[in-house]
Design a protein around this ligand. Sequence first.
Ligand code: SAM
Ligand code: SF4
Length: 335
Amino acid sequence: MKKSGTTIFDNHGRPINYLRLAVTDRCNLRCFYCMPASGIHYLPKKELLSYEEMERLIDILGDLGISKIRITGGEPFLRKDLIRFLGRISKKEPIQKISITTNGVLTEKYIPQLKDLGINSINLSLDTLDKDRFFRITRRDEFATVERTLNKLIENNFDLKINMVVMEGQNTQDIIPIAKLAKDLNIGVRFIEEMPFNGVGKTGKGLNWNHHHIRKVLADEFDSLVESPNEPGSTSQNFSVKGFKGNLGIIAAYSRTFCGSCNRIRISSQGLLKTCLYDDGVLNLRDIMRNGQDDNFIRDQFLNAFSRRAIDGFEAERNRKKSPEIKESMSTIGG
Ligand code: SAM
Ligand code: SF4
């Protein structure tokens, strides 16, 4: 089905080859930077995309040049039959890489099956190494479980990244301890600027802990911190440290320094296409499919959306129509 070598470029000349697919909006943690303590209003299951609908979109997008998929959510492992779905999409010829972002609570038992499927790239969200702070941040007592998952992923040689959201007054004391995990372990540690996708909206605090601030903390601690060349499409500015097996990276998710090479699109659990994290959905794929449109029509809708992409996250934010103020939860978007 795939025309090999297909590459679609957006209206700013950026190739689009990476899909982040949220398979659920449900979560078993309540990270305060992602959702309120009471959780979010979960959509009825019939309003979420079915696996069949997701597969259909993946087939169309594979034909358009999408070769890499990150499975996210919500917590992906909460969606029933995820492994079977992964098995099916991992067989699709255009899809060369599948990776998963997970909070690590339910992940451990699926490690052998992921290995069997050849899925060995995991981003594990871990904002602190302190059990009590973990509880304050996630509002759930699951630190020991996540730590066990971390160890199991390392034992099984997964290509592992740790995602740490840096939050003023919450976990900045964890930056260096988490960075030091990359000394003896061949893993990536990614420090992420906090964004207002928390289900509530802007806190009015501003972003004191931006990428400059995080970098200074790392540079003050590690004399030999050296910037590495960026991989194409990477949102992370990476660094090496002498004597470290792994590497460090900073993701300026709120400062949006990386938009010039953005190669990614998102499909939310309810089937909204986002061509930028900061837009409020440019196409309702679920309704288009459920209205009986054929693949050619959907393909043209994708191409149309790719030809109207905002140049950066600031323009995408200004263009928001349905909900001008950002306050949706990352859990519904797919982080
Ligand atoms: N539940 C999974 C997890 O936590 O890894 C996957 C979904 S989660 C929404 C994906 C990523 O988004 C996580 O690494 C999380 O830390 C990050 N995230 C969530 N809310 C965020 C926010 N307000 N600012 C920055 N990153 C956020
Ligand atoms: Fe759940 Fe991930 Fe959001 Fe935390 S960041 S509440 S684990 S979806």
